[in-house]
Design a protein around this ligand. Sequence first.
Ligand code: DHB
Length: 304
Amino acid sequence: MKIKIKDLELEIPILNASGPRCTTEKDLLDLEDSLSGAVVSKSCTLEKREGNKGKRYWDCETLSINSMGLPNLGFEFYGEMSKKVKKSYIISVGGLSLEDNVTILNHFLTLEKKVGIELNLSCPNVIGKGQLAYDFDCLEGYLTEIFQRVNISKFLAFGIKLPPYFELTHYVGVYMKISKFPIDFITCINSVGNGLVIDYEREKPVIEPKNGIGGLGGSIIKPVGLSNVYNFKKLFPKMDIIGCGGIETGKDVFEYFLAGASAVQIGTQFHKEGTGCFKRIYEEFLEIMKSKNYKSLSDIKTIP
Ligand code: DHB
């Protein structure tokens, strides 16, 4: 069940989310060998980073919280990996400044193999840095510079990863800031930022960095993800939206398609289950398609 977003071909519309299990060479090659429709990298920065210190990921059945702090091997490593990744490769770019992102993106344009880009505008966990996508005053100027200084159209596809929004006016606010740019896809949502999970027995937060504050994932965030996909699809009917947030089963994938997604990404469940999740979830999704007698993705009509 192939799909294409601009020139980016996905064998199946179910991919890994940037974040879990996509930092090292082994991680990326395991994804290459999995059924994931593409290999999506960890968000990369100019310099290699260790990330935040101490216990920085925790999950239970319905919920995950992380404050990883952008540990990654540096952008050059993720560029080099384009030689080893044979299927579609989407590099998540999470530089700490505009200058860094311009440098990183221009470097990725020099790679022999063309790649897709997901520009992360929504990392909640870097100490001392807010999420750009919540700063409506900066967003437009930021993207203007990126599009002026990088030949974005040369990527297989260029997308942005957004955080969740909770107010209907905010969707319109984002729309006003980004609709003038030729963006090929929006990935939403990133984790629900700045949550706090406390263990009452230990009388401590379950993770250590930032006094326990971190990004939430897992099935509890699915309604937020669905609403963000739905609301952005209404505003951008022609835009490909990659849905993310709380997907554990084929049924969840189907729900995201009903909300308007063209493809989906799996984060927390991939962290828990490993690369086998893609095959399992895809098979569950195909079962649902069969039970409804739907032959292709275009048979799934977005809810009104
Ligand atoms: C990290 C978390 C994110 O949600 C993100 O988008 C990028 C990086 C992190 O803490 O590593």
